[in-house]
Design a protein around this ligand. Structure first.
Ligand SMILES: Cc1cc2nc3c(=O)[nH]c(=O)nc-3n(C[C@H](O)[C@H](O)[C@H](O)COP(=O)(O)OP(=O)(O)OC[C@H]3O[C@@H](n4cnc5c(N)ncnc54)[C@H](O)[C@@H]3O)c2cc1C
Length: 402
C-alpha cells in the first residue's frame, strides 16, 4: 500500500495544473457565455497531449494509463468548474480508448490522429428518446447488413458533442440493435460520423449548464456505413459499452473531485476574508463544521477515484483483476463524486451569500455543470446503486436479466 505519487505523476499534475490554471481557468466564463470552447484552448490541449490521451502513441495519443488520465481530469475539473471542457476531455479519453481497442485498423488510422490533434471529435451515443438507463428495453435504433454495408435507422438523444462533431467532423460510437435475443447480446457499436453523412438529422438541446459543450441528438434514416465502421464484434456492443462507461465514470469522479476542491478552496478564501458580526465567517463553528465534513468526505472520495484508476491500470496494464472490480470501483465514485461536488458547491454558495447567486463569481456555473453528472451523463445515481447492489448481492437479485 502506497498513498504517494511517483515523480512522473507529480510532474504531470504540475504541467496540467499550470496549463489549466493559466490557459483555461481565466476563460471559463467566456465559454460558458459563448457556448464554445475556444480553438486555441483545444489546440493547447492537443499540444499537451490531453486529447484522447489513453489512445496508443501509434494513433496519435500518449498511451497514458488511467491514473495519469484521472490526474488530468481532476486538474481540468479544478480549472473549469462549469465542467464543459472536462466533458470534451473525458469523453474522448474513455471512448477513444474503447475505439482504439475495438475499432477497425482502417478507421482508427483515419480518425484517431485527428481526434488527438483536436481537429475532430469523438463521442458516445447510447441514449435514445425512450430512455438511457434501460439499454435493453429502450434501444430501438437498428443496424442491418445490406451487401457489404450496414444500414442504420433510429434516433439518439441527449448526446454530448453533437455540434462539435457537426463542425469538426469525427465519430460518435453509436449503439444499435442488431439482434433480438432479449438479452445483452443484441447490440453492436458503429462509428457514426455526423458531419456530411446522408440520412443524419441532428438536433441541438439548450442545457442548463456546461454551456461550453453542446448536447443534442440525431435521427438516422437509412444511414449507410461501410463494414469497417463496425466497432468490435457483432452483438458484443453492450459489453464494449459497459467497459467504456466504467472508464468514463472514473474520469467523471476525478473531474467532480477537482470541481469540489476548487469550490472548497474558493470558499475558504472567502470565509477568511468576509466579516459578519465583527469576525471573519471562518471563525464560526456553523461554517467550520460543514467545511470539515465536506473536506473529510472529499478525501475519501478522492482516494476512491484513484482506487478505480488503479483497478483499471491493474487490469489493462497487468492483466490482473477484472471488469467486475472495475465496474464496482467506478460505480462507487460515479455515485459519490457528483453528489459530493454538488453538496460542496451548494454549501460554498451559502458562505458566499448573495454573491454566489450572481454571475460575478463562478459558483453558479459549477452548480449547473455538476448537476449533469448525478442526473444522467454516463449513468444516473440509481444506476450506480444498482451496479453496487448487483456486485454485493449477485445478479440473481436484480429485477432484470444481466
Ligand atoms: C448533459 C448530459 C449529457 C449527456 N451526454 C450523453 C452522451 O454523450 N451520450 C449518451 O449516450 N447519453 C448521454 N446523456 C444521457 C444519459 O446517459 C442519460 O441521461 C442517463 O443514462 C439516464 O437516462 P434518462 O435520462 O433517459 O433517464 P431514465 O433512464 O428515463 O431514468 C429516469 C430516472 O429513473 C431512474 N431509474 C431508471 N431505472 C431505475 C431502476 N431500475 N431503479 C431505480 N431507479 C431507476 C433513473 O435513475 C432516473 O433517475 C447525457 C445526459 C446529460 C444530462
Amino acid at each position: 500500500m502506497d498513498f504517494g505519487w511517483s515523480s512522473e505523476q507529480e510532474m504531470w499534475r504540475k504541467a496540467v495544473r499550470d496549463f489549466a490554471q493559466n490557459e483555461i481557468a481565466p476563460r471559463v466564463r467566456e465559454f460558458d457565455t459563448s457556448g464554445e470552447i475556444p480553438r486555441e484552448i483545444i489546440r493547447g490541449m492537443a499540444q499537451m497531449g490531453l486529447l484522447a490521451l489513453t489512445v496508443p502513441e501509434e494513433y496519435g495519443g500518449m498511451g497514458a494509463d488511467w491514473t495519469m488520465a484521472c490526474i488530468a481530469a481532476e486538474e481540468l475539473g479544478r480549472a473549469d468548474i462549469s465542467l464543459a471542457l472536462p466533458v470534451l476531455y473525458l469523453v474522448e479519453a474513455a471512448w477513444g480508448f474503447i475505439f482504439a481497442q475495438y475499432g477497425s485498423e482502417q478507421l482508427k488510422r483515419s480518425v484517431l490522429p485527428r481526434v488527438c490533434s483536436g481537429e475532430a471529435f469523438l463521442g458516445i451515443a447510447t441514449t435514445e428518446p425512450g430512455g438511457g438507463s434501460d439499454i435493453l428495453g429502450a434501444t430501438r435504433s437498428r443496424a442491418v447488413v445490406d451487401g457489404d454495408e450496414w444500414v442504420l435507422n433510429g434516433e439518439k438523444m441527449y448526446i454530448s458533442g453533437v455540434r462539435e462533431s457537426l463542425k469538426m467532423g469525427g465519430i460518435h460510437l453509436t449503439l444499435l440493435r442488431t439482434a433480438d435475443t432479449g438479452d445483452h447480446r443484441s447490440f453492436t457499436f458503429m462509428a457514426v460520423p455526423l458531419k456530411d453523412t446522408p440520412g443524419i438529422m441532428p438536433t441541438l438541446i439548450e442545457d442548463m449548464g456546461r454551456m461550453g459543450i453542446s448536447t443534442g441528438g440525431f435521427a438516422m434514416e437509412d444511414v449507410r456505413l461501410p463494414a469497417h465502421y463496425q466497432v468490435g464484434e457483432v452483438n458484443r456492443g453492450f459489453y464494449h459499452a459497459m467497459e467504456g462507461f466504467s472508464a468514463a465514470r472514473a474520469l467523471i469522479g476525478a473531474t467532480c473531485i477537482g470541481a469540489a476542491e476548487a469550490g472548497l478552496e474558493m470558499g475558504m478564501a472567502w470565509i477568511k476574508e468576509r466579516q459578519a458580526f465583527g469576525r471573519p465567517l471562518a471563525s464560526y463553528e456553523g461554517i467550520q463544521f460543514p467545511l470539515a465534513d465536506l473536506w473529510a468526505e472529499l478525501e475519501g472520495v478522492r482516494w476512491g477515484v484513484y482506487r478505480a484508476a488503479w483497478e483499471m491500470d491493474r487490469f489493462y496494464q497487468r492483466k490482473e483483476g477484472g471488469h467486475h472490480d472495475i465496474a464496482m470501483a467506478a460505480a462507487i465514485v460515479k455515485l459519490r463524486a457528483p453528489l459530493l461536488a454538488w453538496n460542496v458547491l451548494n454549501e460554498v454558495a451559502n458562505w458566499y451569500g448573495a454573491a454566489a447567486y450572481s454571475k460575478e463569481y463562478p459558483i453558479e456555473m459549477g452548480i449547473r455543470g455538476v448537476r449533469s453528472y448525478s442526473i444522467g451523463a454516463e449513468g444516473t445515481v440509481n444506476i450506480q446503486r444498482l451496479i453496487i447492489a448487483r456486485e454485493l448481492l449477485g445478479s440473481e437479485y436484480m429485477p432484470y436479466r444481466n
